[in-house]
Design a protein around this ligand. Structure first.
Ligand code: HEC
Length: 397
């Protein structure tokens, strides 16, 4: 019953999280595109009013004229819309989901003793510390380097590289990828919360007092929002990566993650430039080449054929059922004890169910060694070889 409630909680928070993220990223993509598509206003009166650029847009059966002011409009509109809640709710729901799934079950999800042998308390503290440190280091870099955009960009890139390496040497691969995504997403939301919104508030306050707002707040906000744009696609991959064991089980999983993240950032850059009127095809092409590089690099090596003595009995499903009972059924069962319900709908209780899933069992437990998750149930290599012999011998019933 408890697992059932956790599953529903998981469903509700995840649904909310995805909706909030769509609202946030949708709005953010729109404003990046808008900002890059602005043309100087045609009407000289608009220029006099301080309009820096405008864009005409037809959408949903109506015409829209968006205008951006160099610093701020001459008088403050009564009804000013702020974009902040989609970002905050994305972070809050994301952190909620991370807590329910990962922080509540560190031994299952966060820890892989082959990566780093740590206790559950240390694992939970490291995960939270990783997110907090992620923001503190990034924010310090931005403050130190100020308006040196290019140098800062390179430093942030190197920092992401170091963080990915660290995450993959502390946490189970699956968790490391998610934590990298969560770290970048935390930076994105914190940029909105600590820099962009307070800066805008200072600008509005100055205007209400009749002063001209200091443009530095606008510049700082813009710099952070540019970083957020390039983080978006890498973060979305990291959030989905849990389903792709071939990436996070690779011996150099941190490098695979970086290759895919770089592909995402380059593809984003293509769209940013296209809104400015420059179509740079080499950007998505390099992105695709990187994805192929990751594909070839993660291609599983063929598992050596298990030597079978000529008169050795064929390995049958009954021979491996006992192994799966011990190592898998705590999760993959109609009545699991370690999960609310069987993950990915894979049931391994009966010989029939095992036979039906032969290919997937071989893939997850032998080729990728992604299962058992974090090897919590301590499956041995000998047991994996037995499954290999069963599958290679034709997965006999
Ligand atoms: C601690 C719980 C746990 C244990 C033990 C476990 N699994 Fe899993 N398994 C999971 C989770 C969680 C997923 C879902 C991963 C995802 O979302 O892609 C999963 C997914 C799978 C999948 C589906 C992957 C796919 O997308 O095709 C297979 C197959 C699988 N496990 C096989 C096994 C086998 C075989 C064992 C035992 C050797 C095992 N699992 C042990 C938790 C577990």
């Amino acid at each position: 019953m408890e697992g059932f409630i956790t599953d529903w909680l998981n469903l509700a928070i995840r649904w909310f999280h995805v909706i909030a993220a769509i609202a946030w990223i949708g709005e953010s993509f729109y404003f990046v595109a808008l900002d890059n598509s602005l043309k100087p206003p045609q009407d000289p009166n608009q220029k006099k009013r301080g309009v820096f650029g405008e864009l005409w847009h037809v959408h949903g059966g109506g015409f829209y004229n968006m205008q951006k002011y160099t610093v701020a409009p001459p008088e403050m509109p009564d009804d000013l819309h702020w974009s902040k809640w989609p970002s905050y709710t994305t972070w809050l729901s994301g952190f909620g989901l991370f807590t329910v799934l990962y922080l509540f079950s560190p031994s299952t999800y966060l820890i892989d003793k082959n990566v780093l042998d740590m206790g559950p308390v240390v694992a939970v503290a490291s995960a939270i510390g990783f997110l907090a440190a992620g923001w503190i280091v990034y924010d310090s870099l931005c403050r130190m380097l100020g308006t040196k955009d290019r140098v800062l960009g390179i430093c942030v890139g190197v920092y992401v590289l170091i963080a990915a390496w660290l995450a993959c040497h502390i946490f189970a691969g699956r968790a490391a990828y998610l934590i990298m995504g969560a770290m970048l997403a935390t930076i994105m939301s914190a940029n909105v919360f600590f820099v962009i919104i307070p800066g805008q508030r200072k600008m509005v306050d100055a205007m209400l007092k009749g002063d001209t707002p200091n443009p530095i707040y606008g510049k700082r906000g813009k710099q952070r929002s540019v970083h957020n744009t390039y983080f978006t696609l890498p973060v979305v991959f990291a959030m989905l990566s849990n389903h792709y064991a071939m990436t996070y089980t690779h011996p150099y999983n941190w490098a695979v993650l970086l290759i895919i993240m770089l592909a995402g950032a380059l593809i984003r850059q293509f769209f940013v430039m296209r809104h400015r009127g420059q179509v740079l095809w080499y950007l998505p092409l390099v992105g695709i080449v990187l994805m192929f590089a990751a594909l070839f690099w993660t291609m599983p090596k063929p598992v050596a054929q298990q030597p079978q003595a000529a008169n050795a009995p064929v390995v049958r499903v009954a021979d491996i059922a006992a192994i799966l009972q011990q190592r898998c059924v705590a999760c993959h069962s109609a009545h699991p004890t370690m999960m609310g319900s069987a993950p990915a709908g894979v049931l391994l209780d009966t010989p029939d169910e095992i036979s039906q899933n032969a290919q997937r069992i071989y893939q997850q437990a032998v080729t990728l060694k992604a299962m058992p998750l974090g090897n919590v149930t301590q499956m041995t290599d000998g047991e994996r070889m037995k499954i290999a012999a069963w599958f290679q011998g034709g997965a006999a019933k």
